[in-house]
Design a protein around this ligand. Structure first.
Ligand code: HEC
Length: 139
């Protein structure tokens, strides 16, 4: 059990390192095909999405998106073991206040984001997007 925990942490740490490296490389044309598909879920279909969809794709899905090697999704899978969706975008129990607290303070390998990186308006929009399917009393 303890060994499994360490393996999970190492997996999440390794995935985080590669995700952060990918984010820093910017959208370079010489990216490998794998790296291209990493970025390809960032842009399309955002036209009909809520205001917070685009900043969420830009700042969060590098770790909280679907697919292999996303450290946020992996960590939440390990934390809730399926009791809650591993994808933040599928959750219906997050509150705007909780989301903002995590984003401004960070947690574990999740970095905090300054207002110069994600404005209050963008963070409000991200929080609204992630709580869009909540039951009304959780908004
Ligand atoms: C570098 C990777 C990374 C990025 C970028 C990132 N996160 Fe996270 N996030 C994580 C990890 C890993 C966890 C789980 C931490 C833990 O509990 O061990 C997490 C946890 C969270 C949680 C807590 C969920 C819960 O139920 O415990 C919220 C909310 C959250 N992130 C929101 C966001 C939002 C919104 C963004 C974009 C602004 C974002 N994160 C960007 C890695 C990241």
């Amino acid at each position: 059990m303890r060994r499994l925990g360490i393996v999970t942490i190492l997996t999440v740490a390794a995935a985080t390192a590669s995700a952060m490296a990918g984010a820093r490389r910017a959208v370079a044309q010489q990216e490998s095909p794998a790296a291209k598909s990493f970025w390809s879920d960032v842009t399309p279909q955002s036209k009909d999405q809520p205001r917070g969809y685009a900043p969420y794709q830009e700042y969060c899905t590098v770790c909280h998106g679907a697919g292999a090697g996303k450290p946020g999704t992996l960590a939440l899978q390990a934390k809730y073991k399926g009791a809650k969706p591993a994808l933040l975008a599928d959750r219906t129990d997050l509150t705007p206040q909780l989301i903002k607290t995590y984003v401004r303070n960070g947690i574990a390998v999740m970095p905090f984001f300054r207002k110069t990186e994600i404005s209050d308006a963008d963070l409000d929009a991200i929080a609204a997007y992630l709580t869009r399917n909540n039951p009304h009393d959780k908004r």
